[in-house]
Design a protein around this ligand. Structure first.
Ligand SMILES: [Zn+2]
Length: 521
């Protein structure tokens, strides 16, 4: 679309004052502010479709819902198969303490956990004693037969640090931290003494250790991966073959732990219904608004669609998903004949290692060599506060030019870092950076993402900040419009990589990694 130069006019749009020269930009802002579909999209994706673990029927529902939604807006979209994964369907989790008194406990089975029957499994819970040596562990192992093993350490407090900082005396806060540090050290040492320690986190043994417990006749495993906030746990996957693995919230886990440690012989019943399914196909959903002047050049909006399934994946990455959908809706309505082709890539299995975006790159060399820019969003609900140049030398030229068209009400929050350095992981922009495509992360304000919502049991609709998302829709739609219209191709010239102080040699540009397309994980 040709730019129409207007004399600067101030438009009062809600709390936005836009000194606009371009009616397309004015219309994008108006549509985003006054006809937002974000709440409905969030409801349908988070509340109705729900969590989007790859391999589950809900993930396929999500692919179908995204494609159907685009269809309603007159945007072409398709599900592209790129692999297959272990199939699984989550059912009811219900956990009760039955001795020394009755109490229903809060927890959930981990992804891909083996299921139980209707009556579940019952047993006394057992905690690790002190192991001074591998033989202590071996001698203790027969005790797990018929019992439910507590895998995680007993946290000394369920209050987050910020709460201690606010109310504790300095002396008691310091004493708590010292105690906790020594408990963590002792816990890790104890696990190391079993010969099966998991160095990656404090929640339990490694996979071989889990297999040993299972082989010794444990009937269930309970972990508690506290995320450092009130009532919040990280929920990942089980690695047991036959017995259920559940994560229990800190309050109930520590109570059970104390009961066991004091000799009160607590017993619990775990009903964890789930179904293992055959391998199921895995899809990216790709939407397209075809370009008119340069249809073989691409502006790509990027956000992974999959999630972990301890909650509904609202901020990881429901918000990135509906941001890109809403930007596409507005662009189709206001800018239906873009100069370049605009794609939205809703990738599957970012959580398993950026697999969907890597597969797309491998499968579409003809697109990859003609990408103008990739804009990826994947760190929560907040307004965008940082854009980094990913190590592309001239990123400031074109991103700066595109950003200058965005209302100041949006850009005033954004810090830029040009040319920056390339990222090798974290999210799907890195898949594109590795193959030399200008790809950028629209980095959001934190809103307690890492503690409270990222991969947790609390990543739900109520945490979404819609005003910040609307701000991001305006930013993304205008950047996309500007990138599409730009007479120039965005330069993909890289910086000279900095010297690694450890080796004295130049750091390498991140290398391309290939998608895992198989059933295993
Ligand atoms: Zn994510």
């Amino acid at each position: 679309m040709k730019n129409v130069i207007h004399i600067c006019i101030a438009l009062f749009l809600g709390n936005f004052i836009v000194f606009a020269q371009d009616p397309v930009i004015e219309d994008i802002v108006t549509e985003a502010q006054h006809n937002s579909q974000l709440e409905r999209l969030a409801h349908e994706l988070m509340d109705v479709v729900g969590p989007r673990l790859v391999g589950t029927p809900q993930m396929k529902n999500a692919n179908d819902w995204v494609a159907a939604q685009y269809g309603k807006w007159g945007i072409t979209a398709k599900n592209e198969k790129w692999g297959q994964w272990r199939g699984w369907e989550r059912g009811v989790t219900h956990i009760d303490m039955t001795h020394p008194r009755v109490q229903t406990l809060k927890g959930t089975q981990l992804a891909w956990s083996p299921g139980t029957g209707n009556k579940g499994v019952s047993g006394e819970v057992i905690v690790f004693p002190k192991f001074n040596h591998y033989y202590d562990f071996k001698n203790w192992l027969p005790n797990v037969k018929g019992r439910i093993v507590m895998l995680s350490m007993n946290q000394p407090t369920g209050r987050p640090n910020y709460n201690w900082e606010e109310f504790a005396t300095e002396a008691s806060f310091n004493a708590m931290k010292t105690e906790r540090d020594s408990l963590i050290m002792a816990w890790k040492q104890n696990l190391a003494n079993t010969g099966y320690s998991n160095h990656r986190h404090v929640t339990g043994l490694n996979e071989a250790g889990i297999a040993v417990l299972e082989a010794a006749g444990a009937v269930g495993l309970v972990s508690s991966y506290w995320s450092g906030g009130f009532g919040v746990n990280k929920i990942f996957r089980a690695s047991t073959e036959k017995i259920p693995t559940i994560d229990m919230e800190l309050e109930d886990y520590t109570m059970l732990y104390r009961l066991a440690a004091y000799g009160d012989t607590p017993e619990i019943n775990i009903v964890a219904k789930s179904k293992s399914l055959k391998a199921v196909p895995t899809f990216n959903t790709i939407a397209e608004i075809r370009g008119t002047e340069k249809p073989d050049e691409y502006v790509i909006l990027s956000a992974h669609l999959d999630s972990w399934d301890g909650a509904t994946g609202a901020t990881d990455n429901g918000t990135g998903t509906i941001l890109m959908m809403e930007a596409m809706r507005i662009l189709k309505a206001i800018y239906p004949n873009p100069k370049r082709t605009i794609l939205a890539g809703h990738w599957a299995f970012e959580e398993g290692g950026l697999n969907g975006s890597r597969a797309f790159i491998e499968d579409h060399p003809e697109i990859v060599k003609n990408i103008q820019v990739v804009l990826n969003q994947d760190n929560g609900t907040g307004r965008i506060t940082e854009i980094m140049g990913s190590g592309f030398l001239y990123a400031s030229d074109y991103l700066g030019r595109w950003l200058s068209a965005v209302p100041e009400a949006v850009t005033q929050h954004i810090k830029t870092d040009f040319p920056g350095t390339p990222t090798g992981g974290r999210s799907d922009h890195s898949s594109f950076i590795a193959v030399g495509v200008p790809a950028f992360r629209l980095s959001a304000l934190d809103w307690s993402y890492s503690t409270y919502t990222w991969h947790t049991n609390r990543d739900t609709y109520d945490k979404i900040v819609f005003d910040d998302l609307r701000n991001n829709v305006i930013l993304t739609a205008i950047l996309t419009y500007m990138a599409s219209e730009d007479p120039e191709r965005a330069s993909n010239k890289k910086i000279d990589m900095p010297i690694d102080p450890n080796t004295g040699k130049q750091k390498p540009w991140p290398t391309q990694k290939f998608a895992k397309r198989g059933e295993g994980y």
